[in-house]
Write a new protein. Sequence first.
Length: 67
Amino acid sequence: MGGGGGGGRPAPTTKVFHHQEVGEIRMTSVSLAITGMPECRIVVYTPGDEESRERTALLRAQRAPTP
């Protein structure tokens, strides 16, 4: 996998999502090209700050299956 068209590291982008249960979540995204598959990309999202990290954890906990 390589970065975007220039061959360097892909530039991270901050995106803000508004979730009805936990509020605003700021995520940093990086889009990665897949070598040999120019029509495909992988996008990785990570929480952009501590508050968003906590809100993301809340969402994961709500969705976790019960044993």
